[in-house]
Design a protein around this ligand. Sequence first.
Ligand SMILES: *[C@@H]1O[C@H](CO)[C@@H](O)[C@H](O)[C@H]1NC(C)=O
Ligand SMILES: *[C@@H]1O[C@H](CO)[C@@H](O)[C@H](O)[C@H]1NC(C)=O
Ligand SMILES: *[C@@H]1O[C@H](CO)[C@@H](O)[C@H](O)[C@H]1NC(C)=O
Ligand SMILES: *[C@@H]1O[C@H](CO)[C@@H](O)[C@H](O)[C@H]1NC(C)=O
Length: 427
Amino acid sequence: MRSSCVLLAALLALAAYYVYIPLPRAVSDPWKLMLLDATFRSAQQMVGGPTQLESNLIHSLGLSHHLIALNFIIVSFGKKSARSSLTVKVTDTEFDGVEVRVFEGSPRPNEQLRRSVVYIHGGGWALASAKIEISYYDQLCTAMAEELNAVIVSIEYRLVPQVYFPEQIYDVIRATRYFLQPEVLDKYKVDPSRVGVSGDSAGGNLAAALGQQHPHEGELHSFTYIAGLKNKLKLQALIYPVLQALDFNTPSYQQNVNTPILPRHVMVKYWVDYFRGNYDFVQAMIVNNHTSLDVERAAALRARLNWTTLLPSSIRKNYKPVMQTTGDARIVQEIPQLLDAASSPLIADQEVLQDLPKTYILTCEHDVLRDDGIMYAKRLESAGVNVTLDHFEDGFHGCMIFTSWPTNFSVGIRTRDSYIKWLDQNL
Ligand SMILES: *[C@@H]1O[C@H](CO)[C@@H](O)[C@H](O)[C@H]1NC(C)=O
Ligand SMILES: *[C@@H]1O[C@H](CO)[C@@H](O)[C@H](O)[C@H]1NC(C)=O
Ligand SMILES: *[C@@H]1O[C@H](CO)[C@@H](O)[C@H](O)[C@H]1NC(C)=O
Ligand SMILES: *[C@@H]1O[C@H](CO)[C@@H](O)[C@H](O)[C@H]1NC(C)=O
């Protein structure tokens, strides 16, 4: 009896040691966040990094890449047994060869046509799903369709390692362009003047790129495809979006180096994976060696995300910019996509920004990406775009999808309600 008590205490202590991470007191439901983070970390450790690519687990599951294995675990973890709404009609189909899941809410009384949101899920361009069974994103889109009486098109774009940048963007463009055809909107009874685009995290990155419709250079010729898309989107709503790969030392990156669910080194690895780059560069990128003063174009582009002018002093606090005099020019030579505005919408030209529709940006205090969002809001505002910046002091990266038991967070519910309310008032 006594020895089993000791054993139990030891196990609990061990578990607590593993689960415990120092968290700011102000974060929502800290113990629950620690458990969620520990689950995520265990999943990552079980599948290993690329160095343990051949690990037994991956083999026994018949999965070929650590990201595929991690996604398998995350998607299984997120499955729910029943859909929360009976009034939303859900259909899986393809738009121009791209898989989508369409959620149709019932029209409001006295309305023939419905509002619509094209939704792009997050997950580092490599994880999660719009579709598989009933998952976090399925729940979010169901709630949106129901509460907004809208049609939500959730895009199942292809992920790393099946495809790399810019294929994810092309998938999103193809599906959106297909949906915006008059006969398709008509089929779904959607009001063509009330369609918005939205996404969270890496999905917010893709939504922002979709909105910008870059001038068409080099590899990105296919962007001409969406020339006709301009003025067709009424708004964009970006939830803790990833917006730049040039500065991994913004105040929020410095403040949240080890904050769950997205520590800085994990975010940098997602970038490297998105570009099919070399992990050997990660440490150098963390100290901004890829955009040092001696890396020609990079140094000039850094001026577009100069946070000593773009961020208010309450956010800058005492953090110091990290601008290396000499760095490593090989990084940008090998991964030129790092400096492409299609991957880093924050560095787009002013002329591109001024054409953007009304914008909502949600940011969280405990998130490396907080300042990406705040800086983008500032640049858009300066370009004359109507921007709502919705900041959550107790929010953490990814919180908006954690709304139902056992991963229900108070800030998850508040962010989702605030986001849907803004859509309701502006779409
Ligand atoms: C950054 O670049 C400098 C100059 O090339 C080099 O001395 C330093 O080791 C690099 N830092 C990292 C972490 O790679
Ligand atoms: C950012 O702005 C400050 C103040 O105007 C300036 O001193 C600094 O050189 C700028 N940094 C970059 C990277 O452009
Ligand atoms: C921005 O949009 C809000 C909400 O629709 C509106 O009240 C406000 O007047 C707009 N601001 C500008 C500068 O157009
Ligand atoms: C989570 O859900 C449980 C069960 O419905 C409830 O008791 C609890 O208060 C919720 N927690 C939060 C933070 O919403």
